[in-house]
Write a protein that binds this ligand. Structure first.
Ligand SMILES: Nc1nc2c(c(=O)[nH]1)N[C@H]1C(S)=C(S)[C@@H](COP(=O)(O)OP(=O)(O)OC[C@H]3O[C@@H](n4cnc5c(=O)[nH]c(N)nc54)[C@H](O)[C@@H]3O)O[C@H]1N2
Ligand SMILES: Nc1nc2c(c(=O)[nH]1)N[C@H]1C(S)=C(S)[C@@H](COP(=O)(O)OP(=O)(O)OC[C@H]3O[C@@H](n4cnc5c(=O)[nH]c(N)nc54)[C@H](O)[C@@H]3O)O[C@H]1N2
Ligand code: SF4
Ligand SMILES: [Mo]
Length: 733
């Protein structure tokens, strides 16, 4: 397929695609619903399904015209999209037509990582996998096969592996993303926040963003609510070393020195407590340990914090007063990717405590308590019991407050064989060569494996190291497990196929069924196909399968989600209260109230490297998408204009970045700008792809993950930091 411009793409016909990709069959699923209204006359057919371009899971409607997947738009009935998709969602059409897609199962023939493959049949692939799995089981037990995954599509493969005895399963969405936040909130309020975040931005009177670059982070509904908050002209306070898109909409931008946020948060707490600007009734009724907390934050004055953060003490005071004036309809946003410096659970706890001082838990305009829907589980056989501990965190001794598995813990167990050897990895929809810090460690662990199976849609970097690559169809070609969403109202969403697989790709549930048969446990997948499974669940829940197929979404009942609506508050902490001073942390030897500690500073001539998102790409999963490439092909390195001048670097000039350990990036353009502090550089994560089979994206831009050789591990829950590295500039000859 030749490169398509966005405009041309919208006009393109089936014939063009057909001609350009003779070996590939781009065909719609037969029997699609005919669209209603004027579209029907044009022979347009539609399917409602939900997006997998990121994990916000917006409901959309796919349009098929003359056999071509024509467009993907928001489903107005869907609560996550409200009828509008972000650019990555709209660009999902390009994921289907991506010329770099994996086409058929591959088995490695050469050395690991050398990318020499033999195309095999699905049956041969599963025979190969099952034989090696049984050998590992015989020698070490089934616990010695581990899994990394992300996304709803893994449901049945994970189920088959668990039925076979796998217990070690982790995703980067915990230790490399929102884990520290959810643990920090659980330690304080007794429950985490989950996804989508229950922030009532729609009704809030004031919004504080710490990092959280909404508008670049494109989580759909949240960005829609944020846009309306901007229109409503509510005060927005943004704390970011970089003048983000969100900062450009804010009343106050606090250009904090990276790594010092906890100093600001504690100083804000100091102002609120010493000036009595907190919700005394809430603290009295629901809190415990407030006096000890208040005594602890006494030392953290705005003047003290000014020296740490580089912020004006008067601005620290003024912003605390401003957000406190709106309580309880005020939000100190909990963030999402909070794994910045390795002490992120305590920083998140400080954010939780500020929200507690605002009394906004379960309040309109604050943090509401999300409602869900009940859908009966399909009756499936129980998983076998194991007498071994989890490898990442044996008996919870390594990371006492981790409530999910830790990816790097499994990597470590693989490297050192403790508490027992790990000999096989399944990787589903997770590019762990990039998503985990320090890829040299990941590579070393891979070389210790007897089996690495990668299930992906694209030749990702991790797929390049696999023994077996299983090509999955994209989300536009498959059914997945039902989505039962939590939000202002619970909902059920259906993912269903729009187009046929263009080559020999298969959906996860189908792979699971084949694998179960090969492993001799077909009884764990007792349904004929996934439609039987899904329709059973939907109908048992009292809904119509036909309606769900037609509409894509079914709303759950309206339940109270705020105190204003009649909600009663309960806190699932050990004390049953909001824990301002934490006994459970004290018992394990951690700070019961967050304490400020300094982080390492950049060596002379180096800059701290921080990362974030571009609105039109997701992590490492969209860079080869022809439509999204048209919008952004490579990243740039943001550098303060004055610093650039001092270093003799011009805007648009290509440079390489070199980190403190001597690792060099591919060439990347300088963006010399006033929009970032002089001591910091910024890169969008996900570029500089390293699998040559990803032709369009190969080595385009700087790969932030390769420069992330150093990391710190959060002792509470195993989160790993991403912003602990420093880079300098190497000029291109
Ligand atoms: N378009 C797009 N949207 C996405 C995604 C995507 O891949 N693409 N991914 C989704 C996912 S899974 C996640 S987790 C979220 C992540 O999105 P967020 O949770 O918003 O991520 P953050 O790390 O908070 O945001 C990065 C911002 O933090 C700033 N920052 C860096 N260091 C510091 C610091 O020390 N202090 C402060 N105060 N700010 C700092 C950066 O300058 C940048 O503006 O985005 C989601 N939305
Ligand atoms: N250095 C650095 N590391 C980070 C981050 C960062 O900002 N910087 N962000 C962190 C965050 S917030 C998160 S949530 C994680 C995300 O980490 P991951 O979940 O690992 O995300 P991706 O890197 O996008 O890897 C997704 C892989 O899934 C494949 N894929 C896409 N769709 C499908 C599908 O339908 N089926 C299958 N089988 N495969 C599919 C893609 O081709 C890609 O190879 O990374 C974390 N790691
Ligand atoms: S936010 Fe965008 S990419 Fe994510 S699910 Fe929604 S439309 Fe898809
Ligand atoms: Mo994330």
């Amino acid at each position: 397929m030749q490169r398509l411009s966005r405009r041309r793409f919208l006009k393109i016909s089936a014939a063009t695609f057909g001609a350009a990709t003779a070996a590939t069959q781009w065909k719609p699923i037969p029997g699609l619903a005919v669209a209603s209204g004027p579209a029907a006359e044009k022979g347009i057919r539609t399917v409602a399904t939900f997006c997998e371009q990121c994990f916000w899971r917006c409901g959309g409607i796919a349009y098929v015209r003359d056999g071509t997947l024509w467009k993907f738009e928001g489903n107005p009935k869907d609560p996550q999209s409200r009828g509008r998709l972000c650019p990555r969602g709209t660009g999902a059409v390009g994921a289907y037509y991506d010329p770099d897609r994996l086409q058929r199962p591959l088995v490695r023939v050469g050395e690991r990582g050398k990318e020499q493959w033999k195309a095999v049949t699905w049956d041969e692939a599963f025979t190969y996998i099952a034989e090696r799995m049984q050998k590992i089981k015989a020698e070490h037990g089934p616990e010695s096969v581990a899994m990394f995954n992300h996304g709803i599509g893994v449901r049945f493969i994970q189920h088959v592996l668990k039925s076979w005895g796998v217990i070690n399963i982790a995703g980067p969405s915990f230790a490399q993303c929102r884990g520290p936040r959810d643990v920090g909130f659980t330690l304080t309020f007794g429950s985490g926040l989950g996804s989508p975040e229950p922030t009532d931005i729609e009704n809030t009177g004031c919004l504080v963003l710490i990092g959280s670059h909404l508008g670049e982070n494109m989580h759909n509904l949240q960005v829609q609510e944020f846009a309306r908050a901007v229109e409503r002209r509510i005060p927005i306070i943004v704390v970011d070393p970089r003048f983000s898109v969100a900062a450009s909409k804010a009343r106050h931008w606090l250009p904090i020195k990276p790594g010092t946020d906890l100093a600001l948060l504690l100083a804000w707490a100091n102002v609120l407590v010493t000036e009595g600007r907190y919700d005394k009734a809430f603290v009295e009724k629901y809190g415990t340990g407030f006096d000890r907390f208040a005594a602890e934050v006494k030392q953290y004055t705005p003047e003290w914090a000014a020296a740490e953060t580089g912020l004006d003490p008067n601005l620290i005071r003024a912003t605390a007063r401003e957000f406190a004036a709106h309580r309880p309809a005020t939000i100190i946003h909990p963030g999402r990717r909070v794994n910045w410096y390795g002490d992120d659970t305590q920083r998140s706890r400080a954010i939780a405590l500020l929200n507690a001082l605002m009394g906004n838990w379960g309040r309109r305009g604050g943090l509401f308590l999300a409602a869900g829907v009940k859908v009966p589980a399909y009756p499936l056989p129980k998983y076998p019991a194991s007498d071994k501990p989890l490898a990442d965190n044996p008996n919870g001794e390594r990371y006492p407050f981790a409530d999910e598995a830790v990816t790097t813990g499994i990597r470590e167990a693989t490297l050192n064989g403790k508490p027992y050897p790990i000999k096989g990895w399944f990787v589903y929809s997770s590019n762990i060569m990039s998503a985990l810090p320090n890829d040299a460690e990941t590579l070393k662990a891979i070389q210790a494996l007897d089996l690495l199976v990668v299930i992906d849609t694209l030749p990702s970097e991790i797929a390049g190291y696999a023994d077996v690559v299983l090509p999955e169809v994209t989300f536009l070609e498959r059914y997945d497990e039902l989505l039962t969403g939590w939000g202002r109202q619970g909902w059920i969403s259906l993912r269903q196929p729009v187009m046929e697989a263009p080559a020999d790709q298969k959906p996860g549930w189908w792979m699971a069924k084949q694998l179960a048969a090969k492993l001799g446990i077909p009884e764990c997948m007792p349904f004929k196909d996934i439609e039987e499974y899904l329709s059973w669940r939907v109908e048992k829940a009292g809904h119509s399968w036909a309606t769900l197929k037609a509409e894509g979404v079914i709303q759950g009942e309206k339940k109270p989600i705020t105190v204003e609506e009649g909600l009663e508050l309960h806190f699932d902490t050990p004390s049953g209260k909001v824990e301002f001073w934490s006994e459970q942390l004290a018992k394990k030897g951690f700070d019961p109230v967050p304490k400020y500690r300094k982080h390492a500073e950049a060596p002379s001539g180096y800059f701290r490297m921080i990362t974030g998102r571009a609105p039109v790409h997701t992590f490492t999963r969209t860079q080869s998408n022809p439509l999204l490439q048209d919008l952004m092909r490579e990243n740039e390195v943001w550098l303060n204009a004055a610093t650039a001048a001092k270093l003799g670097l011009a805007n648009g000039q290509y440079v390489r970045l070199k980190n403190q350990d001597g690792v060099e990036s591919d060439r990347v353009k300088v963006k010399a700008t006033q929009r970032i502090r002089p001591d910091t550089v910024y890169l969008v994560y996900g570029f500089g792809q390293r699998n040559p089979m990803l032709k369009g994206a190969y080595r385009k831009g700087a790969n932030a993950a390769k420069l992330t050789t150093r990391y710190e591990t959060d002792p509470l829950m195993g989160g790993t930091s991403i912003h602990s590295n420093f880079v300098t500039f190497v000029k291109e000859a």
